[in-house]
Design a protein around this ligand. Structure first.
Ligand SMILES: [Cu+2]
Length: 303
């Protein structure tokens, strides 16, 4: 039998472990490399406030990694081979918890940049994107939920070896029928994270990069989108996907290149306020709950 004091202590430990983790949201919890799942948080930059809430301002500096600070020494760098698969685990509050709340639907993306840049400047290239499958009526986030939070990404085979940040991202569109701006609770909800990788291989490619923040505008069609009014098509936001083998080789070091960002780049980066969605209390919260219930009744997804 557990003594009362022990029970209270156990309860406190559980409460501390999940402090700030609001049900529904998500963060990068672990990575699997070469089929081996690493410990939670290994090679992942710490989350901003031990709080899994989304980034709401696409021009806020926290769009980079949703981290407390951009300290590269905050975690290790893990080896990965160019061309191989890395699997991201998304959870609400740690392994064993849900990936994200049902109804948080939207695209999945991933970007990379050389670690030496610490993510600054036009250095991010997109290596993965998955939006909406109209034939199956499935969002990428729904696939991630069905896969218990696991999401596969392939590291481009031809990129120059060296240390990189990998920035996987889920975007939820459940409040995106209204544009982020005056209303700081409106708009797409961004769930980025940053993994530190040492890419091994023999590639020479240095793909063209873009700035984060700067890749998304609140009015982009893939970010100002009504999830609830029926849809057949979806435009995945951000720059075009980098396909291995499509970049000219570059003899320079795997750092930044001098290419300026695309015309999505936006000079509004001096907005340092980064309101975060403390909960899912926006206008669509009720509607979303209704849809989740309907989904459960229809048993469309085992979530
Ligand atoms: Cu949420």
């Amino acid at each position: 039998m557990i003594k009362k004091a022990t029970r209270i202590m156990l309860a406190m430990v559980v409460a501390a472990a999940t402090a700030g983790m609001v049900e529904g949201h998500t963060f990068v919890t672990s990575v699997t490399i070469d089929g081996k799942e690493l410990a939670e948080n290994k090679c992942i930059r710490p989350l901003w406030k031990e709080d899994n809430s989304p980034q709401l301002d696409p021009n806020g500096k926290d769009m980079l990694c949703r981290t407390k600070n951009m300290d590269p020494s905050a975690t290790e760098v893990c080896d990965v081979t160019a061309g191989s698969k890395i699997t991201i685990l998304w959870t609400e509050s740690g392994k064993g918890s849900r990936a994200i709340a049902p109804g948080h639907n939207g695209p999945c993306l991933a970007y990379m940049s050389p670690i030496a840049t610490n993510g600054e400047g036009p250095v991010w290239f997109k290596i993965f994107e998955d939006g909406y499958d109209a034939a199956k009526d499935k969002w990428c986030t729904e696939k991630v939920m069905a896969a218990k939070g696991y999401m596969d990404i392939t590291i481009p085979a031809d990129i120059k070896p060296g240390q990189y940040l990998l920035r996987p991202e889920l975007i939820s569109l459940h409040e995106a029928d209204r544009v982020f701006g005056k209303d700081k609770t409106a708009g797409a909800q961004y769930y980025p994270g940053c993994v530190q990788l040492n890419v091994k291989g023999t590639g020479t490619a240095v793909p063209q990069g873009w700035s984060i923040p700067g890749i998304y505008k609140p009015t982009d069609p893939g970010l100002h989108f009504n999830l609830w009014d029926g849809h057949k098509t979806y435009d995945i936001p951000g720059p075009k996907l980098y396909v291995s083998g499509s970049a000219p080789s570059n003899p320079g070091p795997a750092t930044t290149n001098s290419t300026t960002g695309n015309n999505n780049n936006n000079n509004n980066n001096n907005n340092t306020s980064s309101p975060s969605g403390k909960n899912c209390s926006g206008k669509n919260a009720k509607r979303r709950r209704r849809i989740i219930i309907n989904n459960n009744n229809n048993k469309r997804d085992e979530m």
